[in-house]
Design a protein around this ligand. Structure first.
Ligand code: NAI
Length: 340
């Protein structure tokens, strides 16, 4: 009987070892712009993620310090810092997931589109390197204007012959994070259980939260409440830009949102079922070539771009009025990538 017990316990131990190894394959994550306002807290949060085995921190300056600092945290990921163009290739080599918060943020009075000139060039350069060094990686684009930088990335990858629409994501998770927080506050429900899809794009009126699909549902909200909640979600970024009064835009909440989305991508890659997040991706949900909606994540990235579901009259109206601006931002990105 002793030996039977022993062999059963050995068997259990083996199974446990097997399942923990199987649940956590090696995954390399690269953050480009890792020394910035978003990059640093995002590096911290990704270092805390047990799914990450290797964390590559790249920036044009200051990454050695950030990497040395973060590397002392006693979690799984091995951290390396890379600085300057010469080290970009090595930073990217073998990456499963590349997260891009590189670029300039907004100052008061600026729209996301005002960032276009500088950030478009930065994104183009970084995506050219991704195509060369880790063409199979999932790319999470945080750099604004997301409505244009995602189409730029797609064009760069097409030119390089590496484009896979399943692997390119505009990160709109902060809009979802804000919609959840603001909705929970107004509807007076515990925020932890709240879900709100946010569709469209990632700037001003192109951000369309679908509060009619929010869970738990609330009948305590009037039409005026919903209009105000929608506007606050759309202007959430500006609220932070103004409060920071010239010292940049959302960084901490964005790092959180980026870490949530990055984690979802890794879970998808690892084969965890039913991972659904909103993201700005190549889409046929509307007539626009890129559109944010709920996306099911899987082993090769986007497994399914989900439809919009039923919209309220207010949301239908919002959808129609965002299409013009969103299309012109998409076209602006495509044109930049093709002409430069
Ligand atoms: P930041 O200025 O604090 O940091 C940007 C970092 O990018 C700097 O460390 C800079 O050295 C680096 N950088 C510049 N050129 C680079 C290059 N060629 N390669 C690698 N790194 C480079 O700015 P912050 O606040 O971190 O914002 C970064 C971007 O994220 C901005 O474009 C901002 O608009 C965007 N953002 C996006 C949000 C979203 O919801 N998707 C929310 C908030 C900001």
């Amino acid at each position: 009987r002793m030996s039977l017990l022993r062999s059963a316990s050995q068997h259990l131990r083996r199974r446990r070892d097997y399942s923990s190894a199987a649940a956590s394959p090696e995954r390399k994550v690269a953050i480009l712009g890792a020394a910035g306002g978003i990059g640093q807290p995002l590096a911290l949060l990704m270092k805390l993620n047990p799914l990450v085995s290797s964390l590559s921190l790249y920036d044009i300056a200051a990454t050695p310090g950030v990497a040395a600092d973060v590397s002392h945290i006693n979690t799984r990921a091995l951290v390396k810092g890379f600085v300057g163009d010469d080290q970009l290739g090595e930073a990217l080599e073998g990456a499963d997931l590349v997260i891009i918060p590189a670029g300039v943020p907004r100052k008061p009075g600026m729209t996301r589109d005002d960032l276009f000139k500088i950030n478009a060039g930065i994104v183009k350069g970084l995506c050219t390197a991704i195509a060369r060094h880790c063409p199979n990686a999932l790319v999470n684009m945080i750099s604004n204007p997301v409505n244009s930088t995602v189409p730029i990335a797609a064009e760069v990858f097409k030119k390089a012959g590496t484009y896979d629409e399943k692997k390119l994501f505009g990160v709109t998770t902060l809009d979802v994070v804000r919609a959840k927080t603001f909705y929970a506050g107004k509807a007076n429900v515990p925020v932890t259980g709240v879900n709100v899809p946010v569709v469209g794009g990632h700037a001003g009126i192109t951000i369309l939260p679908l509060f009619s699909q929010a869970t738990p549902a609330s009948n305590a909200l009037s039409h005026e409440d919903l209009v105000a909640l929608t506007k606050r979600t759309q202007d959430g970024g500006t609220e932070v830009v103004e409060a920071k009064a010239g010292k940049g835009s959302a960084t901490l909440s964005m790092a959180y949102a980026g870490a949530v989305f990055g984690d979802a991508c890794l879970k998808g890659l690892n084969g965890v079922p039913d991972i659904v997040e909103c993201s700005f991706v190549q889409s046929t949900v509307t007539e626009l070539p890129f559109f944010a909606s709920k996306v099911r994540l899987g082993k090769s990235g986007v497994e399914e771009v989900m439809g919009l579901g039923e919209l309220s009259a207010l949301e239908k109206e919002g959808l129609e009025s965002l299409k013009g601006e969103l299309l012109s931002s998409i076209e602006k990105g495509v044109k930049f990538a093709q002409e430069s």
